[in-house]
Design a protein. Structure first.
Ligand SMILES: [Zn+2]
Length: 607
């Protein structure tokens, strides 16, 4: 039906019009699969020409072009900004899964094909990136993350320290440059990663300083360790009772260990002295934090990150960083805090643009997977502990109804099977009473499932966002759940088998955000020690790549503009030193990320 006349140097107005129709109706692009690669390339290139035509008044784009005006040559006006050649491109586009090269113009993919094909859209001004047979994929999408960057930039990050001695040394160094009485804090700590036999306690931290209050905060966000000075300044002694929603941990003789959980940590925020910042300084720190974290995220190949709890400060940080040319990744923000103000102002899901977009509203209904507090129908191994709920069913119903009826996507943190059931009840209720053809409410984490929950998630069109680096990274914690539960946790395989469009999520800080670690974790279901957890949930590498790209785009309603290397989509891609298909699945995480490009702009290059 579509006949391309390669020799004529022009195209008929009929063809032109049809191409414009294809352009404005992406569904029609499905026709492309009927063409050979060469034809497809030509079509892609012409589409770009049609894009500029589409911006013209119809009488210029249509049949009434004056015949005296020179007709455009094939290729005129479609000069690529740059092309990538000699690559192993895994497009994640079913119509053309593999390619060697592609062209980019104005931040979008212009054409995809062989190296020889793509050279045709290059001119002398076109930059050529020879990939040297390296692997190129669409940029990775993390569907649940907490990117702030402030503590990473200004605090003492202790994640990589493996012994108490190293930890103490890092804190001592910081204390040496901090006035006495002022806080020294270690960030992103993981208690189960220390190699010492005895757990960290306040006496260890006293070796770093007795003149400064010290806190070491767990990366999961629910527990902290304090030194003796901090306990003294907060007035906590061995006779202090535990508050209702928290705990001061004690040893067998009743002495404080310095470990403190949940709301018991509140008293420390009022003790000691902290550096104070003016609102302007605070705003600047947030912007700098965003610049910093954006650099870290894109260095791992992430190009879109769903922020699972953006407040006013965070929203402003995105905007400030962008205005300064420092925002390298795209953000889909789940709003926490100013939801009601935004809703009242008339904002709803989808507001914003391709860089900073308002996504859903975010709530949290139970505890944590990594800190072993999520609410389950059966207890933690060897205990009577079923975990904790943080919302009632009534609260969930009310929040969901309000958001749903105001055209907001909802994302509720629900790890345990009990909590997932409660959230599903609320989604099922509103979808029945106020149907929506494509609402895509989300269950954040959705860690522990069963066949009934899977069936209901599918039926309600709900999107789960299970952890994707946890099996690998948090392995030493899973014995507290046991092998049987792990068969149904982080259940990417079960979601796929049920026909659910499941993305992947780090929940950084609690989990690492490196997407290559995530691919390895989902494919092998082995932790960093090699122990296998829930092998029935393994996915293939190709499925893992889909989870990391196409499915991530779907979770934010952006599958038409992101997630694959397809003509017309944003030019978000990552170049890897090796094709993950070619390495041992147990070493996927070690592949080097050579280059990350977002919207045609280089965000990261390997040094
Ligand atoms: Zn989270």
């Amino acid at each position: 039906m579509l006949e391309l006349d390669a020799g004529a140097g022009c195209w008929s107005w009929m063809l032109e019009l049809e191409l414009v129709l294809v352009l404005v109706n992406p569904e029609l692009r499905g026709r492309m699969r009927r063409y050979t690669r060469g034809e497809f390339l030509s079509l892609s290139a012409i589409l770009a020409g049609a894009a500029s035509l589409a911006k013209l008044p119809f009488n210029r784009a249509g049949a009434q072009r004056p015949t005296t005006e020179p007709l455009p040559q094939r290729g005129a006006g479609i000069e690529a900004d740059f092309i990538v050649t000699n690559a192993r491109v895994l497009t994640m586009d079913a119509t053309q899964p593999r390619a060697e090269a592609f062209a980019v113009k104005d931040g979008r993919f212009l054409a995809i094909g062989t190296t020889a094909d793509i050279r045709n859209v290059a001119t002398q001004r076109t930059k050529v990136i020879d990939a040297g047979n390296m692997c190129v994929l669409p940029g990775f999408i993390d569907a649940h993350c907490h990117p702030s960057g402030v503590s990473e930039l200004f605090g003492v990050v202790v994640t990589s320290l493996k012994t108490k001695a190293e930890l103490v040394e890092a804190l001592r160094k910081k204390a040496a440059t901090t006035p006495p009485g002022f806080w020294v804090e270690g960030e992103l700590f993981d208690d189960t990663k220390l190699t010492d036999a005895a757990p960290l306690d306040r006496h260890d931290l006293d070796r770093a300083s007795t003149a400064h209050p010290i806190a070491v905060n767990h990366r999961g966000g629910h527990t902290s360790w304090y030194n003796s000075k901090a306990l003294e300044l907060a007035g906590i002694t061995r006779s202090t009772p535990d508050p209702e929603n928290g705990r001061f941990f004690r040893d067998s003789s009743g002495d404080l260990t310095g470990r403190v959980a949940e709301l018991a940590r509140g008293v420390f925020s009022r003790a000691g002295q902290r550096e104070r910042f003016t609102p302007e300084q605070q705003r600047d720190r947030s912007r700098q934090g965003m610049r910093h974290i954006s650099g870290l995220l894109t260095a791992t190949g992430l190009t879109t990150v769903h922020d699972a709890g953006a407040n006013g400060d965070r929203i402003r940080a995105y905007e400030d960083a962008r205005a300064n040319g420092e925002l390298k990744h795209r953000a889909y923000m789940m709003i926490r805090g100013p939801y009601e103000q935004l809703r009242t102002a008339g904002v709803y899901t989808g507001f914003g643009d391709e860089w900073i977009r308002v996504g859903g509203v975010k709530y949290a209904a139970d505890g944590s997977a990594s800190e072993r507090t999520m609410r389950m129908s059966t207890p933690y191994v060897g205990t009577n502990d079923y975990g904790i709920l943080t919302m009632t069913q009534q609260e969930i119903h009310e929040r969901v109804e309000d958001a749903h009826r105001n055209r907001w996507q909802v994302g509720i943190h629900a790890n345990g099977d009990v909590t997932i059931d409660m959230v599903l009840q609320a989604y099922e209720r509103v979808l029945k009473q106020w149907p929506h053809p494509d609402r895509r409410h989300r269950i954040e984490h959705c860690s522990l499932v069963n066949p009934d929950l899977l069936r209901r998630i599918k039926a309600a069109g709900v999107i789960p966002t299970p952890f994707w680096t946890y099996v690998y990274y948090h392995g030493e914690k899973w014995s507290q759940y046991g092998d049987e539960k792990l068969r149904w946790m982080f259940a990417h395989r079960s979601f796929l088998d049920t026909g659910i469009i499941v993305p992947g999520a780090s929940d950084y800080g609690p989990g690492p955000f490196e997407p290559l670690m995530a691919l390895q974790s989902m494919v092998t279901r082995r932790d960093y020690r090699g122990r296998e957890w829930g092998p029935n949930q393994k996915v293939t590498l190709d499925e893992a790549l889909k989870i990391a790209t196409v499915n991530g785009a779907y979770a934010s309603y952006e599958e038409k503009t992101k997630g694959s290397i397809s003509a017309g989509k944003y030019a978000d891609f990552v170049m890897l030193e090796k094709d993950p298909h070619d390495v041992d699945p147990g070493s996927i995480k070690d592949i080097r990320v050579m280059m990350t490009v977002v919207g045609g702009t280089t965000a990261h290059t390997a040094t």
